[in-house]
Design a protein around this ligand. Structure first.
Ligand SMILES: O=P(O)(O)O[C@H]1O[C@H](CO)[C@@H](O)[C@H]1O
Ligand SMILES: [Mn+2]
Ligand SMILES: [Mn+2]
Length: 407
């Protein structure tokens, strides 16, 4: 039985990217800084967690060793495991962006070697003719925001005006994104999703990677809260097929859990499961694994690390989420059959100790395990595409052009 389960811990970087300086991220290290803060007592939060970061299961799969490969240093306050069970290493990104689609497409064997369009951080973020077209074709009275922002701050700032005026809150970041926040009741969720599809079409001319719907609820600036109904509208992929397309073409099932379907614009996906929150995503992944047959892929994105903790620069929150994820791994291990492989990795960094609220350019861990894998290190891979090619080889389909199998 050969099956593959690919889990992306969204934004779980391990530092050391050779090109970090070009992104203003020299020294950024999501795992390293969380470990350092926790070891120094700065990762404590009453009722949530305390003390040094504890990831015994990922450490036994080679996480500490992968971090050392990435940066030359071991994460602070975290013991080395007695024995490593996994095939482990670090990987550098070759894609030009440090965004979610670039990271995932490269993981799926297709690095993004062109430049995305970005909106400026000074002055109005969106060109006047684009705003006019959105208002006309989306039938809205105007937009609020029109700037770079953190999503939780901007709904507190403009939420009340949005509810009164009916103008959606439009913002961006250093990613290639056009994000639209609107109230699920006063504006309406369906109307927001329709507007996002209008905007998706309009921003194709600007080469924008994603339009993201950010619905929220609440009745005042103090209690506006984003809901689980976020939707991402990715640009259709470059002409090259990803490993998802290649598997689908070969008649295999590609079970996308969480944001994966959206990230690939639903291309190469044969079954989709949505779930809200890392633990629900883990449960949904286990259910998908029960269903998976010989030759199938289950591909899950665990978005909380990035959305709830990395972008929010919340060290205790990120640490607690990692610890909770780590504790679920034995559940997964128990369900594996001979020939199965699990790959844990990440799409970019989002160091919660770093300046600003954006992603950080980092290497990522690649931790692979399964009943028939013998432990070893593959060192540092120079592209995430090796991950997709590992899946391709393991599942017995033809190799792609950008990477090679790590096992
Ligand atoms: O601040 P929020 O709305 O979470 O947005 C973040 O999420 C987007 C997608 O990952 C990033 O581009 C960043 O802007
Ligand atoms: Mn991401
Ligand atoms: Mn993000």
């Amino acid at each position: 039985m050969a099956r593959a389960f690919l889990f992306v811990l969204d934004s779980f970087g391990i530092g050391g990217a050779p090109d970090a300086e070009a992104f203003g991220d020299l020294g950024a290290d999501t795992l390293g800084h969380i470990a350092e803060f926790c070891a120094a007592g700065a990762g404590d939060r009453a009722g949530l967690r305390e003390g040094p970061l504890q990831l015994p299961n990922m450490s036994a799969l080679g996480l500490m060793h992968a971090a050392k490969l990435a940066t030359g240093r071991l994460p602070a306050g975290m013991p080395l495991p007695e024995r490593v069970y996994g095939v482990y290493g670090a990987a550098s990104e070759t894609s030009r962006g440090k965004d979610t689609p670039s990271g995932h497409w490269e993981i799926a064997g297709t690095p993004v070697m062109f430049d995305w369009g970005y909106f400026p951080s000074e002055g109005d973020a969106f060109p006047a003719e684009l705003v006019e077209a959105i208002c006309r074709e989306g039938d809205i009275p105007g937009i609020l925001g029109n700037c770079h922002a953190s999503g939780t701050e901007i709904i507190a700032r403009f939420g009340e005006e949005h509810v009164q005026s009916g103008k959606p809150i439009c913002y961006t970041s250093s990613d290639s994104v056009f994000q639209i926040a609107a109230h699920e009741h006063s504006f309406g969720l369906d109307r927001l999703l329709e507007l996002c599809q209008v905007v998706r079409r309009l921003v194709d001319d600007y080469n924008i990677g994603r339009v993201i719907a950010r619905p929220f609820l609440g009745d005042n600036a103090q209690n506006f809260t984003r809901t689980g109904n976020r939707r991402d509208y990715s640009v259709l992929l470059p002409p090259e097929p990803t490993v998802l397309d290649r598997l689908k073409e070969a008649g295999r099932k590609v079970h996308a859990v969480g944001k994966i379907g959206d990230i690939f614009a639903h291309q190469g996906v044969t079954k989709l499961t949505k779930a809200n929150g890392n633990m629900a995503l883990f449960d949904a992944s286990l259910a998908a694994i029960e269903e998976a047959e010989e030759g199938d892929l289950v591909f899950t994105n665990f978005v909380d690390f990035d959305m709830l903790y990395g972008h929010r620069r919340d060290v205790p929150g990120y640490a607690a989420a990692l610890e909770a994820f780590d504790q679920r791994l034995p559940d997964l291990d128990r369900r594996l059959k001979p020939g199965d492989i699990v790959i844990l990795t990440a799409d970019h960094g989002c160091d919660p100790t770093w300046r600003g609220t954006d992603h950080t350019r980092e290497r990522v861990p690649v931790l692979m395990f399964g009943p028939s894998l013998r432990s070893r290190s593959f060192g540092v891979a120079n592209t995430f595409a090796h991950i997709g090619e590992t899946v391709a080889r393991h599942l017995g389909i033809a190799p792609g052009p950008h990477g090679r199998s790590l096992i």
